[in-house]
Write a protein that binds this ligand. Structure first.
Ligand SMILES: NC(=O)c1ccc[n+]([C@@H]2O[C@H](COP(=O)([O-])OP(=O)(O)OC[C@H]3O[C@@H](n4cnc5c(N)ncnc54)[C@H](O)[C@@H]3O)[C@@H](O)[C@H]2O)c1
Ligand SMILES: O=C(O)C(=O)C[C@@H](O)[C@H](O)[C@H](O)COP(=O)(O)O
Ligand SMILES: [Zn+2]
Length: 363
């Protein structure tokens, strides 16, 4: 088991990562003083069916535990489910000394974290991630739900007490979900270190190689990239925006599809290709886009913008992005791999590049 310490202005906490490490949970819970009055597990239907029994077997018998199950995927991050989850907590008499256990992927983590942040103005929560993607979402304290007008528009910065990342749980993920989560790892490499990118390109030549004994180490390195950014800028007043590489377009594509047509990672991958082309045009980024595209195709990603979409429907959604200033969308671009910056991009260039990426004619 490895341990990474996440240091932020508001809280310092450990991320434990390794195979079959759920027993760490009991250790934490029985040593926490005063003991929690109640535990509320928040999970989704898939994770409930696949892994809840295992999780429950690792909780102290003597601790009063209730389970709230959300719909799968982004539906968990709706106002309706948020209200329902708060009602469940009230009906089951959680109090300020209770603790929420977020057991699932990023959707469950974001919802459960936001419930923890707002229930009685804030109670403890623990992240127990079950997806590759959640190496990103479980760390750093961004918690949120969606609004029909855009992703994560209602939320907070609220850090967990602890993250327990049992990589054994990842073996039940579908190829689509493996790929979706892996996009955030590629993002962490692109914004931090060319050698890291080269290494994952070498170690993971195709979709079948994502799940391997090399994965936990790669995830740890992704978490370290995130930890180093969050340590310097917990609340995104500056460099934390770099973690949003690929997200200005990515989030707009997700929202436009009603949050169910593309997974987060699929949308972010298209957004990263868009941002790479913009970086080439605007900042003369030297980057072998041909090889990158060939690699992500081998991994199974779609990288062009779906042909049914128009710039005129996507641009207004990007104007609602949280990084926008006076309705001008901002983009994370790369001067070099590992050297991100935040920049406004001229609408004409955004439109022209959108058209290019739609027709697939970028290389
Ligand atoms: N807070 C952050 O910093 C942050 C960072 C990145 C992404 N996110 C958010 O995270 C969400 C995406 O996360 P995600 O991709 O984990 O999505 P998710 O939570 O929707 O999970 C994806 C799918 O995988 C299933 N699943 C989860 N664990 C499984 C397992 N072990 N085996 C089999 N199936 C399993 C889920 O039921 C779901 O159908 C988005 O809402 C995104 O906005 C947040
Ligand atoms: O932690 C961050 O900061 C990120 O930007 C990580 C992203 O991968 C993640 O999707 C996050 O939820 C996006 O945040 P938002 O502020 O753009 O909603
Ligand atoms: Zn993301």
């Amino acid at each position: 088991m490895e341990k990474i310490i996440i240091k932020t202005e508001s809280k310092t906490y450990p991320v434990y990562i390794g195979d079959a490490i759920l027993p760490e949970l009991r250790t934490f819970l029985v040593n926490k003083k005063p003991l929690y009055t109640k535990l509320m597990v928040v999970t989704d239907q898939h994770v409930h069916d696949l892994h809840l029994k295992t999780l429950l077997s690792h909780l102290p018998n003597e601790m009063d535990t209730v389970v709230y199950t959300t719909p799968n995927g982004e539906e968990a991050k709706s106002f309706k489910v948020f209200e329902d989850c708060i009602s469940f907590a009230l009906e089951h008499h959680l109090d300020r000394r209770s603790c929420i256990l977020a057991f699932g992927g990023g959707a469950v983590g974001d919802l459960a974290g936001f419930v923890a942040a707002t229930f009685m103005r804030g109670i403890d929560f623990i992240q127990i991630p079950t997806t590759i993607l959640a190496h990103d979402s479980a760390v750093g304290g961004k918690v949120a739900i969606n609004h029909p007008l855009g992703k994560n528009l209602v939320g907070n910065f609220y850090q967990p007490e602890l993250v327990i990342y049992d990589t054994n749980l990842l073996t039940s993920l579908s190829p689509l979900q493996l790929r979706s989560g892996f996009a955030e790892l590629i993002k962490h490499a692109l914004i931090s270190d060319e050698n890291f990118l080269k290494e994952i390109m070498r170690e993971v030549p195709d979709g079948k190689s994502i799940l391997s004994d090399k994965l936990p180490n790669m995830l740890m390195r992704g978490i370290e990239v995130k930890a180093s950014v969050v340590r310097q800028d917990e609340k995104e007043s500056g460099i934390r925006a770099y973690l949003n590489f690929g997200h200005t377009l990515g989030h707009a594509l997700e929202a436009n599809g009603g949050f169910h047509k593309l997974t987060h990672g699929e949308a972010v991958m298209i957004g990263m290709v868009y941002a790479l082309i913009l970086s080439k045009k605007k900042l003369d980024l030297r980057f072998d886009l041909n090889s990158f595209i060939a690699w992500i195709e081998a991994l199974g990603y779609q990288w062009n913008i779906p042909s049914t979409l128009s710039f005129d429907e996507i641009y207004p959604i990007m104007q609602h992005d949280k990084k926008s200033v006076a309705q001008h969308p901002q983009f994370v671009l790369l001067e070099e791999v590992g050297k991100p910056l935040l920049s406004e991009v001229d609408e004409r260039l955004l439109r022209e590049t959108f058209q290019q990426l739609k027709s697939g004619g970028i290389i």
